[in-house]
Design a protein around this ligand. Sequence first.
Ligand code: 13P
Length: 250
Amino acid sequence: MRKKLIAGNWKMNKTPTEAAALIGEIINQTSGATCDVAVCVPYIDIPAARDALKGGAIWLGAENCHHKESGAYTGEISTGMLKSVGVNTVIIGHSERRQYFAETDETVNLKTKAAIAAGLIPIICVGETLAQREAGYTDALVSYQTKIAYAGISEKDALNTVVAYEPVWAIGTGKTATDEEANETIGVIREALRCIYPGAAEDIRILYGGSMNEKNAAGLLAQPEIDGGLIGGASLAAEKFAAIVKAASL
Ligand code: 13P
């Protein structure tokens, strides 16, 4: 049985003061959770978020990292730096990073390795654009993205990773993959993992992300392949995020 994980991706939202307030509300409203819960926050919010989380069960996450340990990479943050301030998970290769910041399947692989080396749980994002889906490339593309992301990573390390299937056309658009579409493509991703890790693929969590909200979460989370959610917009309102956590705790 894979334990469900609900992770908020705050993107470029909230000041440290606002972050502390939102986390306080999230803690209050998710006290009965039986799933894992994470908040992935902007770098600048991390110390305030860590203090607000008070060492409780909710994971503290970052939204990105650099793959080198240190050096002349102006504006970047290493996985060791994240670890040193209490972060335990990091989103890697989000489609917005791929689209606006030139990240590639190869940089996703390097960052995944760096996260593992620092003892962080990478949440590796894969997913197709609308044009790719309409052209019939979804299955081939998500399989390829998955296999490159995990190149050179051992089965033991892969067990401490999470994949997030985020169809680009569903992100921030209010359009969601149907429960069945999301389940089917996540099944394809699991099949790709099975090719690399026959002994671990059944234990690696694969989340769905893309306009998941308090209304559609229960249907998506009831699908057998969907092990949780990576939530954008709805993670910025405690009551919506808590409702999704509740749906994952049934
Ligand atoms: P939305 O939930 O706002 O569509 O964002 C999804 C996402 O990108 C999570 O990483």
